[in-house]
Design a protein around this ligand. Structure first.
Ligand code: BTN
Length: 267
């Protein structure tokens, strides 16, 4: 079965669990970046929850100016639109929790999160033996006074594929981890249902439960040796949970530091 037909079947089966997400969706065999498609659609007034999916991307974008490896029929490359400005500050963590829960529920694979929202598979005790299976890129369009809309894009590596040399050993796929075939439509349907639950909960009750869910998915957010690039030198410390605004806390010799952006490496 093609990815497009897996998606069509799975989205017809769980419509009532997804709220607005995927109420309308469009599939492209190949496109530059689904985030660009969604940003343009949002600009033209497309509804919240419209979903854009590609079988391959020729200009997939990742965080921190990186590209996202998006070969044909190997992954889910998906973007959706949110029109709730109040969610903007939580969308990075919410996207990670939704993708991780969706993968866990649809495949049983016990994925974890690496701050802020890399979805990883971990073998053994060492967090450094993780392989990244999925990533999330949120982009917002804002005016002088407020945010107009947010595009939430996520890429999930479904099938084993040849990764470029710089990703070899650091990236993995759901099928590679599980050693069996995975229904990409079922994964997408479960992620969109989880996104509906997580965003509805933050909108109604605030972020407390989101932060709790995020921490439960990220054992390495406490007590793990980490390093990151400071202004002049590499800094090191021990992860010490999340602040109320989602910043990563790290205990260092100089006290507790807050990491709000960029990348943290687990040593
Ligand atoms: C990361 O660097 O971890 C974020 C990767 C996000 C990739 C997805 S694939 C679908 C959407 N379109 C893009 O161009 N990027 C995101």
């Amino acid at each position: 079965m093609t990815l497009r037909s897996e998606i069509s079947r799975a989205l017809s089966a769980n419509a009532e669990q997804r709220g607005v997400f995927g109420r309308s969706w469009e599939y492209f065999d190949e496109i530059g970046s689904t985030n660009d498609v969604a940003l343009r659609a949002a600009d033209r007034g497309a509804d919240e929850g419209c979903v854009f999916i590609a079988g391959a991307q020729t200009a997939g974008r990742g965080r921190l100016g990186r590209s996202w490896h998006s070969p044909p029929e190997s992954g889910l490359y998906v973007s959706t639109i949110l029109r709730r400005p109040a969610l903007a500050r939580w969308i990075t963590l919410a996207g990670g929790v939704a993708v991780a829960h969706g993968i866990r529920e649809s495949t049983g694979l016990p994925v974890q999160l690496k701050w802020p929202n890399d979805v990883v598979a971990v073998t053994g005790q060492a967090f450094r033996s993780r392989r990244k299976l999925a990533g999330i890129l949120a982009e917002a369009s804002s005016g002088a006074a407020s945010i107009h809309y947010i595009v939430l894009g996520f890429g999930i590596n479904l099938r084993r594929s040849a990764f470029p040399p710089e990703l070899e050993g650091r990236a993995g796929s759901l099928e590679g981890e599980l050693g069996r075939e995975v229904d990409g439509g079922a994964v997408l349907a479960a992620v969109l249902a989880a996104l509906h639950r997580v965003t509805a909960d933050v909108a109604a009750n605030g972020p407390a439960r989101l932060l709790e869910s995020w921490l439960a998915l990220s054992p390495a957010a406490h007590g793990a040796a980490v390093e990151w690039d400071g202004p002049d030198q590499v800094r090191t410390g021990l992860s010490a949970g999340l602040d109320a605004d989602g910043a990563l806390r790290v205990s260092t010799d100089q006290g507790v530091e807050r990491i709000v952006a960029g990348e943290v490496r687990w040593k």
